[in-house]
Design a protein around this ligand. Structure first.
Ligand SMILES: Cc1cc2nc3c(=O)[nH]c(=O)nc-3n(C[C@H](O)[C@H](O)[C@H](O)COP(=O)(O)O)c2cc1C
Length: 202
């Protein structure tokens, strides 16, 4: 599938075939493609993913997700969380350890300058990276003949309890993947081009 078809075919599936199984190999392959290729600020890869494979846990999550069917019907349910301290030296050093000494020093200093003491920037960056990761995952899923839905319709506090979220992590969103059982609905309500696109400034 070419990229434009993947972009155009992706839609937020509301129901999935609950009997459709995605093999562990395909799940791994799909995730590896995204982990290796999704962009992240300073290559920090803030994301940490929790795959919810346990059906009892899925049922429990559905209860605090507005009873949305995707939670129990999807073949793959991924909670995208992020590590709040990804920018700190000990973590950042790992992802830059393959670079030359000069590049490493430059990056460590740039990362520290950009994030240090700037809580809003730290959080914005996690969410940006998680959003881009999610879209990468959903488009890659298209290539595997799979449908998806990004979701924030759930109680974040309860989700944190269920997945034992560490204190230094934050929940960003969840992505459900599987075989959609419903017809794709028309892409309605899109805002006019000129209202959204400005040239050079507002
Ligand atoms: C951050 C985010 C959260 C969303 N949460 C939900 C959700 O909880 N349940 C749901 O059915 N759709 C959810 N959606 C899907 C949107 O409703 C959907 O993307 C939008 O209506 C456009 O439709 P389309 O994705 O089919 O093009 C979410 C989308 C985004 C980007």
């Amino acid at each position: 599938m070419n990229v434009l078809d993947a972009i155009k075919n992706r839609h937020s599936a509301k129901n999935f075939d609950p009997n459709y199984i995605i093999s562990s190999d395909i799940k791994k392959n799909l995730l590896e493609i995204c982990l290796e290729n999704a962009p992240s600020a300073f290559n920090l890869q803030h994301w940490r993913l929790v795959l919810i494979e346990d059906q009892k846990q899925r049922a429990q999550i559905r209860e605090f997700s507005w009873n949305q069917p995707q939670v129990t019907e999807s073949s793959m349910l991924v909670v995208i969380t992020a590590h709040k301290n990804s920018w700190q030296n000990k973590v950042a050093q790992r992802v830059w350890s393959g670079a030359t000494q000069d590049v490493q020093s430059f990056m460590m200093s740039a990362i520290d300058q950009y994030y240090h003491g700037r809580l809003e920037v730290q959080r914005d960056e996690l969410m940006r990276s998680a959003g881009i990761f999610s879209q990468t995952l959903m488009l890659a899923a298209q290539e595997f003949g799979l449908d998806s839905c990004s979701m924030v319709g759930f109680d974040f506090g309860k989700m944190a309890e269920v997945i034992h979220l560490p204190n230094d992590h934050v929940i960003c969103l969840m992505v459900a993947i599987g075989k959609s059982t419903t017809q794709r609905y028309p892409k309605i309500g899109k805002l006019p081009f000129d209202e959204v696109i400005k040239i050079n400034s507002f």
